[in-house]
Design a protein around this ligand. Structure first.
Ligand code: GAL
Length: 442
């Protein structure tokens, strides 16, 4: 029986590694079609198909920098490739083209067309924060790119699509610098936004949305905002998509088994979660993880770790060995500002920069934080220090935090809250800001 092995690279029927990240999955004509980011060479979107979620056949690079472009209802920016210059004299998009993330595809019965929505960035930074649309007459043909824009003027980053049983489609994306999650109902041809219908969990900084429906409930999975590093996933539910949603409760373990949600798929009676196990240092080494979702109650779901997921005629069978332990990489830019005892840590957690990576080295009584690039250590008194044995200024421990991760320095009692992409500095007895001092939003 076909078996999916988690933690290993997925190999396609030609023997190549499947490059399909931030993927969306769509059932069509007896096949599961997977669309995802493929960043070998230029940025592009690739499509694979499978009958069993295990054997995947590569079909096409459906969106490339040279995809044909077409007209759209609203004014969009049609640029995908590195052509043309902006008013600042810089190329409008990076040398490998626009950065397309989390492409999702739906089939529109009304028009008979396949419509792709995705997250667009210019390939240099994450400031454009736009969605983009592409369309095609066949599921895995060459898509026509219709351009990128800010839906209803909003920022729009991590995103997903959802098609309800009545054929109405919704686009969901992180807005306001990821602080809010917005649901948009799409026009009946799925090509544009009809209306912004819901702003969820304002100020809670969620990303990686995935929506699915089971029984009377809609479920929405999201992650916190920690870039390529995993965090505790959260799920909320509602009886109507534009009604009241529950607050977010955790699912999976504290790293969602080292994954970030990207899609859900139903196979028979089983619900399967598809997540990205990102490699923050080597994107190409990122893996696709497929795990069963269980439902302890009508309005609750739980993610279960499985090393192997076997698809049998009577449903899935799983095998789980020990849950893996994962090395935690703290991805913060920590800047030495001054010696006033407060402004030790400033600056932001950012995207795509190896100089932002920190590794954790276990020592007696805690761990040390080592800056990957400089090799120096974070100390509790504001100085980036060289290694010294048994040096309490370099030793950190963690303390429970309602969200994010709180690091406390053994020697000074100073602490750093790593919360999404924000770093919050605190002194153990600084109560002015509830104990924490907000330093900077990225
Ligand atoms: C993640 C996001 C990914 C990608 C990444 C870049 O939080 O879910 O799709 O944007 O950040 O750092």
């Amino acid at each position: 029986m076909p078996t999916f092995y988690n933690g290993k690279h997925l190999i396609d029927t030609d023997g190549n590694v499947v490059h399909c990240h931030g993927a969306g999955i769509m059932e069509y004509d007896g096949w599961y079609y997977l669309f995802g980011e493929d960043r070998r060479g230029d940025n592009r979107v690739s499509c694979y198909r499978s009958r069993d979620l295990v054997n995947w056949e590569f079909r096409n690079v459906v969106l490339t920098l040279n995809s044909p472009t077409g007209r759209h209802y609203v004014r969009t920016e049609p640029q995908l490739g590195p052509r043309g210059f902006g008013p600042d004299g810089l190329p409008k998009v990076g040398p490998r083209g626009a950065n397309i993330e989390r492409p999702k595809v739906l089939y529109c019965e009304k028009t008979g067309k396949f419509v792709m929505w995705m997250h667009y960035e210019n390939g240099r930074d994450y400031n454009a924060a736009r969605c983009a649309v592409a369309v095609c007459d066949t599921v895995d043909g060459d898509y026509t790119y219709l351009g990128s824009f800010n839906p209803v003027g909003n920022m729009s980053r991590d995103c997903t699509l959802f098609k309800d049983d009545d054929g109405t489609a919704y686009f969901i994306s992180s807005a306001r610098d990821n602080a809010d999650m917005i649901i948009y109902r799409l026009s009946d041809d799925y090509l544009s936004v009809d209306e912004q219908i819901k702003t969820l969990w304002p100020g809670q900084f969620r990303e990686a949305p995935v929506i699915f429906r089971r029984g009377e409930y809609y479920f929405m999975l999201t992650s916190q905002c920690t870039g390529w590093n995993p965090n505790q996933g959260g799920v909320a539910c509602s009886k109507s998509i534009d009604g009241r949603w529950s607050s977010i409760v955790p699912f999976g373990n504290t790293t969602t088994y080292n994954t970030q949600p990207t899609a859900m798929v139903k196979v028979g009676e089983d619900y399967l979660y598809i997540g990205d196990r990102w490699d923050p240092v080597d994107y190409q080494n990122s893996k696709i993880i497929i795990l069963p979702m269980t439902f302890p109650a009508e309005d609750r779901c739980e993610l279960v770790w499985a090393d192997e997921v076997e698809f049998t005629e009577t449903g899935i069978k799983t095998t789980a060995r020990e849950v893996e332990e994962f090395r935690i990489v703290l991805r913060a830019y920590v800047d030495y500002v001054g010696s006033d005892g407060y402004n030790i840590f400033s600056k932001h957690l950012g995207y795509n920069d190896r100089s932002l990576l920190w590794t954790r080295e276990e020592v007696d009584g805690g761990f040390m934080l080592r800056h990957s690039e400089s090799g120096r250590y974070m100390s509790g008194d504001g100085i980036m220090a060289d290694y010294a044995e048994n040096e309490p200024r370099l030793v950190w421990s963690t303390a429970p935090a309602s969200e994010g991760e709180l690091l406390i320095n053994k020697h000074s009692g100073k602490s750093v809250l790593i919360f999404g992409r924000r770093v919050i500095l605190a002194d153990a007895d600084d109560k002015r800001f509830g104990g924490y001092r907000f330093v900077e939003n990225y």
